[in-house]
Design a protein around this ligand. Structure first.
Ligand SMILES: Nc1nc2c(c(=O)[nH]1)N[C@H]1C(S)=C(S)[C@@H](COP(=O)(O)O)O[C@H]1N2
Ligand SMILES: [Mo]
Length: 537
């Protein structure tokens, strides 16, 4: 090319690189517009039908158990945030790509955006909690908006239409017009997205219904907690875990906000002679069974030895056995045909518990109160199940709306379909809360303290070992109930300087000491002794 021509072309046309950047920008703007419109439309449909929530939910359901376990371990309750950021990052890259593609093939770029709409729509309508094709609308409207915007914006750039030769001053490239259009698109997207967010997170009816809940006085209050059950030491978990600190494990990208006034729980299935639908008021008024108040420690099967996914709360709820007996349910040991109780939550997750355990006299309940408050939304408002002695994934269904009596042979619940065991009693465990690896302590008396749990069996003994020394009895705080964890402490005479390993083990109320053998969390809970490394200086 002669130099003169090139110079001229630079002033009249965009350089290749600038064009590519502007194309990518158009793609990004179109992607943002698509998500913003989808968010806004999902506020009219339901928040869970938004494409990011739907694709994220589908991803969670399909995540291999090893990866999920890894994510929970590394990101904890932030695993969902990380997933959403990941989805948005992938979408951003694809949007940039589609924008560049649209520079050459305007229709192809626009069609690409529509294709993502199809993916979102399929994900949204394929969710277990989707009951209507309306769930496709956020993705459809979002993709349509994004697609049109991309087509139109790229059309403002010069040299787009193939075969159109352009000369200076006659190429439709009006820089200012483009900047105005792009800015307007960005502003409109931000406004729509923000409005959608606000509407989606409000759940006004649910908020209002929760604010109106007055927890009833339980007919059967919790036994008074012995003063000696409390133990306060720096770094040691309190006997009761405040709701705000209580661990959270579930598959919900968007915490379901259920309106208690329209909430219903259906009980039906094999051996149910009188199927029943109960309301929140039935529970509060004690019409569905006796109201009980109990202290119960909840533990997650994904908790590793020494891990944080265990907490203790005071629950108020209806004794589940009362309600089931009213419906005609008998335990298998008394000839009942169903051995599995499948609880289903509003978001489609199912949790299967042994009918025998629920009816064996333990305090299995439909909980409505947690530590003196209505259940927090994240912990299952308005109603969840709690069954002492079983891991959460086989007992503690949050946002429960359906109970079906069936058999273990006939149905695998959500987590069981993902390689966890059908039945999983809590394994005896103990944890050192303080000191925590990598700890440096001063020579002298060091307070070692922690918690130990073996729900429904109780804790009889906790022992601590320093390095390879003998096991020494820890001081046990009094037991609140067999269903709660027990706090313990051990004053260690740390005289020898250098590195030491502290190890703890517990013995449950049946006299069985927790095994040293290390097993992973999958398929039914980790075993092994918890150790911490300490340097005495
Ligand atoms: N609907 C629903 N209920 C659920 C779950 C879930 O994913 N969805 N997770 C279960 C698991 S694995 C555990 S350990 C407990 C955790 O209860 P929390 O989040 O209130 O601590 O809830 C259980 N109930
Ligand atoms: Mo769990």
């Amino acid at each position: 090319m002669p130099p003169r021509y090139r110079m001229r072309s630079v002033t009249t046309k965009l350089s290749g690189r600038t064009r590519t950047s502007l194309g990518a920008l158009c793609g990004l703007l179109a992607g943002c517009a698509a998500l913003a419109v989808a968010e806004l439309v999902s506020a009219a449909v339901r928040p869970e039908a938004g494409p990011v929530a739907a694709v994220g939910g589908a991803a969670i359901d399909r995540t291999p158990v090893t990866l999920k376990d890894w994510a929970i371990r590394h990101f904890g309750t932030d695993d969902k945030l990380v997933l959403q950021i990941g989805i948005l990052a992938v979408l951003a890259v694809l949007a940039l790509f589609l924008g560049v593609l649209a520079l050459r093939h305007r229709r192809a770029g626009a069609a690409g955006v529509l294709a993502f709409g199809v993916v979102g729509a399929l994900a949204a309508t394929g969710r277990p909690d989707s009951h209507s094709a309306v769930d496709a609308l956020p993705s459809v409207f979002g993709a349509a908006a994004g697609s049109m915007l991309l087509y139109w914006l790229v059309g403002r750039l010069p040299g787009v239409r193939p075969g159109t030769r352009r000369v200076a001053g006659d190429e439709g490239w009006d820089r200012r017009a483009f900047v105005v259009a792009a800015t307007a698109a960005a502003a409109a997207s931000a406004a729509a997205g923000l409005l959608g967010r606000v509407l989606n997170s409000s759940g006004e009816r649910a908020d209002a219904s929760r604010a109106k809940v007055v927890l009833p006085r339980p007919a059967s209050p919790a036994a008074p907690v012995p003063k000696a059950a409390y133990l306060q030491l720096p770094g040691l978990s309190p006997l009761f875990t405040p709701n705000s600190d209580f661990y959270r494990v579930d598959t919900a990208l968007i915490v379901p906000k259920v309106d208690a006034t329209t909430w219903r729980l259906k009980i039906h299935g094999e051996g149910v002679t009188t199927p029943r639908t109960v309301t929140f008021d039935d529970l509060v008024q004690g019409r569905a069974g006796e109201l009980i108040e109990r202290d119960i420690t909840l533990a997650c099967v994904s908790n590793e030895v020494g891990g944080p996914y265990v907490g203790n709360a005071r629950w108020i709820g209806v004794r589940l056995a009362d309600l089931l007996k009213e419906c005609g349910v008998r335990p298998p040991s008394r000839g009942g045909p169903a051995d599995q109780l499948v609880a289903r939550s509003v978001d489609g997750v199912t949790i299967g518990s042994p009918v025998e355990a629920v009816l064996d006299g333990r305090d299995a309940m439909l909980a409505i109160g947690m530590n003196g408050q209505p259940l927090p939304f994240a912990h299952g408002f308005p109603v969840r199940m709690v069954v002492p002695g079983l891991y959460g994934y086989v007992s503690a269904c949050k946002w429960i709306e359906d109970i079906e009596l069936t058999t273990f042979a006939a149905y695998d619940a959500y987590w069981v379909q993902r390689s966890w065991s059908q039945q999983a009693p809590v394994k005896t465990q103990s944890r050192i809360d303080t000191p925590r690896t990598p700890a440096r302590v001063k020579r002298g008396t060091v307070m070692v303290a922690g918690v130990a749990w073996a729900q429904h069996r109780g804790i009889e003994r906790v022992e601590v070992r320093v390095d390879d020394g003998p096991w020494q009895q820890a001081n046990l705080a009094a037991q609140d109930s067999v269903d709660t964890w027990r706090l313990w402490s051990f004053p260690w005479q740390a005289t020898a300087l250098g590195n030491h390993t502290l190890t703890v083990r517990a013995t449950d109320g049946t006299g069985v000491t927790q095994t040293e053998e290390r097993t992973p969390t999958v398929p039914n809970g980790a075993t092994g002794w918890h150790s911490v490394g300490v340097t005495v200086a």
